[in-house]
Design a protein around this ligand. Sequence first.
Ligand SMILES: [Zn+2]
Length: 170
Amino acid sequence: MRTLVLNAAYEPIHLVTWEKAMCLVVTAKAEIVAEYDEVVRSVSRIYKLPSVVRLKSYVRTFRRTMNSRCTRRNILLRDQLTCQYCSQRMNQHNITIDHVKPRCHGGGTVWNNVVAACHPCNRKKADLTPEQAGLRLIRTPRSPTWIDLLEEAHRELINSWLPFITNKTG
Ligand SMILES: [Zn+2]
């Protein structure tokens, strides 16, 4: 189980294991904001596992603390392994990174210029702009939010966290 950690201003910071979250609570560095139904038993007590904890001290938020660098891994997480031209879902081994404005025309590896693309779309696009290649982006690439960079396995937990991350996603 993972626990969402908020800073003192209720802004999401990162995810930790529930054990780490319990540590933060036991050492009075954090307080429990929400709990799972699952419990853990110690010799004398039953504890509910924390789903959200809030740090008592202020910690800088996502933009500076989370790894939001424009790397292949993060681009694929943001685009959910989906070709941004034909919507086809790929796996991490058969998907490529496309520069919307081609590198040879000065397009940089920055969030608003890189997208996940399947091989056929990437070949078709080559060193052209999408318009020239007759391709259309399914959405405009942008900097990822905090949620965008969560591993897929953790996204199922988002529902219980939504009240705490709405409008606070980076
Ligand atoms: Zn494609």
